[in-house]
Design a protein around this ligand. Structure first.
Ligand code: RNT
Ligand code: ZN
Length: 416
């Protein structure tokens, strides 16, 4: 059934010179970085239990959240088995395994991630990394790398350097460079009397962090901007302009999070501009609902537009696509599967458009035809192609995967 519908669909695309098999091959090679923190509401495994802070929030209390590294990896395995293709996993420093020992964040080292590396090796997947500059006493007043207190800044600088070394260890062990992304919560609730000084300090702290040479074959660095957070509504030190300037001038990667801009501002419109000046960029694909709410990614217009911008500009090899959402009100394994399948779906959609022709129409000012085609392609038999891709990659077709998650919930999650 899937096959028949696919054969017919393929013909419809072939009439436009679109090579569906090639689209499959391209998609298969595209790894999405799946964030581990959807699995446990960004709790992590530090011996001493710390409250989530940093102006981000996870709501909901769906049963069955992962409590240990073994459970989290088991849940990730389940999710990855339902997602077509081979992907990457993105870790935070708080997911270190320290054998019950309290290890301060500035003392974290590769040895605390050996189990993750073994796990990734067995599966042939890459790992990405993030220093954790929140949920910690030294971040309690909402400032880290821009803190007025030098001791506090130094602590976080050491943590970031340690994190880059862990990233390099991942890259070296797994044969694929690790993206180590720095995001900090720093900002003020109310109108600052000085916006420059904290930014100056952040710039200096970052320079110290990156002064430590690390082989780019193993570790790539990115910096993530933000507009506001809970408790930093008036001012965020690491704003868009701050990091754009920083990354460009320091030859670092810039990371755009879809939830970190004004509600009507879209990152899809920024990708082409950045591609002109950066060799590579990084994304945190999320879904802001009225604010940076980090809802599970759905196949909406903006997701498609992001995928289109990457694909039509032939930038699949230059844009590192990561996910960043956390919803504790639904089954967490399902959340991963929904969001990741949607990201892949959007890329497949983008791979099945006659981009050269559409570009030509625009160049020739034929805007009626441009709009007609872009609209008509929305209802081309895309679903049949997607179903075939899932079948060919050996994962459940359509909503069949939900049965597996439901079974997993009964057998595993509800017993926790
Ligand atoms: C927060 C940033 C950041 C975090 C993760 C947990 O607003 O988006 O990327 O979500 O690091
Ligand atoms: Zn993010």
């Amino acid at each position: 059934m899937v096959r028949d519908r696919f054969d017919e669909a393929k013909q419809a695309y072939e009439q436009w010179g679109i090579n569906v098999d090639e689209a499959f091959r391209t998609l298969e090679k595209t790894a999405i970085s799946v964030h581990c923190w959807q699995g446990d509401d960004i709790t992590g495994f530090e011996g001493q239990k710390r409250e989530l802070s940093g102006g981000i929030d996870v709501t909901g209390n769906y049963p069955g959240k992962a409590r240990t590294p073994v459970e989290l990896r088991q849940d990730l395995d389940k999710a990855l088995s339902l997602i077509p293709g081979k992907h990457r996993v993105n870790l935070h420093a708080i997911y270190a395994e320290t054998n019950g020992k309290a290890v301060e964040r500035d003392e974290l080292a590769p040895e605390h991630f050996v189990n993750w590396v073994e796990w990734a090796k067995e599966r042939g997947i890459g790992l990405d990394f993030n220093p954790t500059l929140f949920s910690h006493e030294k971040a309690a007043d909402g400032l880290t790398l821009s803190h007025p207190d030098k001791e506090i800044r130094q602590f976080w600088i050491r943590h970031c350097i340690a994190s880059r070394k862990i990233g390099a260890y991942f890259g070296e062990q797994l044969g694929t460079p690790c993206l180590t992304n720095i995001w900090i919560p720093d900002g003020y609730k109310d109108i600052p009397s000085d916006r420059l000084t904290p930014r100056q300090r952040l710039k200096d702290s970052l320079d110290e962090i990156f002064a430590e040479p690390i082989d780019e074959a193993y570790n790539l660095d990115s910096v993530e901007s933000k507009l506001f957070g809970i408790g930093s509504e008036a001012y965020v030190v690491g704003s868009h302009e701050f990091y754009l300037g920083y990354a460009l001038s320091r030859n670092k990667m810039y990371l755009l999070d879809t939830g970190h801009f004004h509600p009507t501002e879209t990152i899809s419109n920024k990708i082409s501009a950045l591609l002109l000046y950066f060799d590579k960029l990084a994304l945190h694909v999320s879904r802001p609902v009225r604010w940076d709410s980090d809802h599970v990614v759905v196949l909406d217009d903006e997701l498609r537009e992001i995928a289109l911008e990457i694909v039509r500009n032939k930038a699949l090899g230059r844009v590192m696509i990561g996910l960043d959402f956390f919803d504790a009100s639904i089954n967490r394994v399902a959340a991963w599967v929904i969001g990741t399948r949607n990201m892949i779906k959007a890329l497949l959609y983008a791979l099945l458009l006659p981009h050269d022709y559409l570009k030509q129409l625009q160049e020739e000012g034929r805007f009626t035809e441009r709009l007609v085609l872009m609209e008509e392609f929305k209802t081309y038999p895309f679903g049949a192609v997607w179903d075939e891709y899932c079948a060919a990659m050996g994962v459940p077709v359509r909503e069949q995967w939900l049965e597996e998650v439901k079974k997993y919930e009964v057998d595993i999650l509800l017993k926790r």
